[in-house]
Design a protein around this ligand. Structure first.
Ligand code: ADP
Ligand code: ASP
Ligand code: MG
Length: 413
């Protein structure tokens, strides 16, 4: 019977300096000494990826996807090589691998590639030879043998996918907070650490801006029922948060968490002729251009004309604005207005499926704090309000208090 496999991931801050890399190496060495076979997935050091993005922008506003991915992938490769050296220096045999060398195959959608399969032979051979395997996160290899990257924050996804591929019992994500909180503790100091959280809840929170986990990593956890531990890379003795299958048959009637997304722009097309097929004529070209449209609201207005408003991420706002101006001209619609100063605030909890009154309570709390709601969207376990970006932080704080999230959370609540 071979030793259990531990898959860990260390984020950018956790490997931000050579001292921190050496600290991570000591932690891995201790786990290996305990008999586990260890795979560690690493992010680029500190803000390296941001610097690489800025460098590319100095050269051109529109870098080719292939070259851009080659550039960004370099950050994680540096970390993997240095961490393998740090382990070697501690007398622990280790090997650093790029995503490609680790067998992480993706499609060829540069910049936001999806993992198609992982061939684990090389990882397994290295572990059988007694080596700790250090893998550059956030990257893979395309069908054309080019570097691909998985989208910002994608090292989490690399780690959870690798954990699933090697049949580990769980994935361990080590970061600069000691778990998943009721909301970002940097926004609300009264946020509380959750002992555990259901995959579905974490997926909604992550998709709505809770940057602590990459949403696709949670999706893989859900798909393979692979629990994900989120814990501190600095304080070893603190318990983290376990993202896992919903354990209660009847979840308690509570909001579990609040997410804030500041990367929101709103586009409004005024006076769109109100006839069948119009929405398809507007959103078809946006989809063809790869623009990811989020919340959509159509306001009925006078004289068979309607206003259409939708949200997009900032980096797609200019392209969406240009396209909508063309479409509006073709349709004989009115002005197209771009508002780049919006934010999305979401309350999430599986208990919301069976309870009533969450929306009313949310809107009352926001109104009480004079926060104007511009758009609303919901899922079965989430309510999202789009507000002015200046109100985002206040909205989170007000809702955190209104839904009593600063009260103690027990393991099963
Ligand atoms: P890493 O570089 O390790 O991947 P990230 O910066 O991506 O780390 O994620 C950790 C950060 O996520 C925290 O520093 C925290 O500010 C932020 N965060 C947002 N929402 C939450 C939440 N609900 N619980 C904990 N941290 C959160
Ligand atoms: N280094 C990449 C980023 O900053 C990936 C990651 O850290 O997960 O987005
Ligand atoms: Mg991250």
């Amino acid at each position: 019977m071979s030793a259990p496999i531990t898959v860990q991931k260390y984020g950018g801050t956790s490997v931000g300096t050579s001292e921190r890399l050496q600290n991570v190496a000591r932690r891995i060495a201790a786990r290996a000494a305990g008999g586990d076979r260890v795979i560690a997935v690493v992010s680029a050091m500190g803000k390296t990826t941001d610097s690489l993005v800025a460098l590319a922008r100095e050269i051109t506003p529109n870098p080719a996807g292939r070259e851009y991915d080659m550039l960004l992938a370099s950050g994680e490769i540096v970390s993997a090589a240095l961490l393998a050296m740090a382990l070697d220096a501690l007398g622990v045999p280790a090997i650093g691998l790029t995503g490609a060398q680790a067998g992480v195959f993706t499609d060829d959608t540069h910049n936001r590639a999806r993992i198609t399969r992982i061939e684990t032979d090389r990882i397994m051979t290295a572990m059988d030879a007694g080596q700790v395997v250090i893998i550059a996160g956030f990257q893979g290899i395309s069908p054309h043998s080019d570097f691909t990257t998985l989208g910002r924050g994608g090292s989490d996804t690399s780690a959870v996918a690798l954990a699933a591929a090697v049949h580990a019992q769980r994935a361990e994500i080590y970061t600069d907070v000691d778990g998943v909180y009721t909301t970002d503790p940097r926004i609300e100091p009264n946020a509380r650490k959750l002992h555990d959280i259901a995959y579905e809840e974490m997926l909604e929170l992550a998709s709505q801006g809770a940057g602590v986990m990459h949403p696709r990593a949670v999706e893989i956890g859900l798909l393979y029922d692979l629990p994900i531990l989120v814990a501190s890379s600095f304080k070893e003795d603190l318990p983290g948060t376990l993202i896992r299958k919903q354990v209660q048959m009847e979840p308690s009637n509570r909001v579990r968490g609040i997410a804030l997304d500041r990367d929101v722009a709103l586009i409004t097309i005024r006076a769109v002729p109100d006839r069948p097929g119009i929405a398809a004529q507007v959103f078809g070209p946006l989809a063809d251009a790869g623009i990811n449209v989020d919340t959509i609201v159509q306001n009925a207005s006078a004289a068979r004309l309607t206003d259409l408003t939708f949200s997009v991420a900032h980096d797609q706002a200019a392209a969406a604005h240009d396209l909508c101006r063309q479409v509006a001209a073709d349709l004989g619609a009115g002005a197209v207005i771009l508002d780049e100063h919006a934010a999305k605030v979401s309350i999430v909890g599986t208990g919301m499926q069976s309870g009533v009154g969450y929306a009313a309570k949310m809107f009352r709390a926001l109104a009480g704090a004079s926060v104007n709601i511009e758009l609303i969207s919901t899922s079965e376990i989430r309510i999202t309000a789009i507000v002015h970006e200046d109100d985002g932080r206040k909205a989170v704080q007000v809702l955190h208090a209104a839904f009593e999230l600063d009260e103690p959370v027990t393991a099963t609540s």
